[in-house]
Design a protein around this ligand. Structure first.
Ligand code: SF4
Length: 196
């Protein structure tokens, strides 16, 4: 599926029943952010708060993510776009099944086609495995950039994992500093006040 405008994509995604997760969801969590951004963040799937509010990365993990983003001058409402591999919450927050990821990939592909990101940051191992490196060792390889089909990918620790292990925070924050340097090099307009 290919789209040339966001409204159609959003409306079709919100009505999606391509996999069984549609049976238990409260909201389809399409994504949030500035579609003119060249920097995307991709997580695994919505949790309970996200399902209830219809937005990715809300709740404690989301607040931590917003803080780390703010420290490197990124803002979900201004200069990045955040989405998930699956748009509906897997029950009991289990990992999304391969077939659910496969069915839902049409939406993420359409989002990536419209945004044309230069950099994609994967939040957590599952997203990184799906997006660019099936055998990623996230504890060793987070913060490194990998080029795939003209896009630079980086994995970083999932905010929920940082909350579980606060000792990992400095290492995770270094990823955001690496990202800031890469954005300044590849798409400095991200930091332009006038990015619209
Ligand atoms: S998870 Fe994705 S494919 Fe499954 S129903 Fe939701 S939007 Fe559709």
């Amino acid at each position: 599926m290919s789209y040339n405008n966001w409204e159609d994509l959003k409306n079709d995604c919100k009505a999606c029943r391509r996999c069984g997760l549609c049976e238990t969801r409260n909201n389809v969590v399409v994504g949030v952010g500035n579609p003119n951004s060249r920097v995307m963040f991709i997580g695994e799937g919505p949790g309970q708060n996200e399902d209830l509010q219809g937005e990715p990365f809300v709740g404690r993990g989301g607040k931590l993510l917003d803080k780390m983003l703010a420290a490197v001058h990124l803002d979900r409402n201004k200069n990045i776009y955040i989405a998930n591999i699956v748009k509906c919450r897997p029950p009991q927050n289990r990992d999304p099944l391969p077939e659910e990821q496969e069915q839902c990939s049409v939406w993420l592909k359409a989002q990536i086609e419209l945004i044309k990101p230069k950099i994609i940051v994967c939040l957590g191992r599952i997203a990184a495995m799906k997006m660019f490196k099936e055998d990623i060792k996230i504890t060793r390889e987070h913060g490194q950039f990998f080029e795939r089909d003209g896009i630079l990918y980086m994995a970083t620790l999932h905010p929920a994992a940082i909350l579980r292990n606060p000792n990992s925070k400095p290492a995770a924050f270094q990823d955001y500093l690496n990202l800031q340097a890469k954005i300044s090099e590849l798409c400095p307009e991200t930091y332009d006040e006038l990015l619209n």
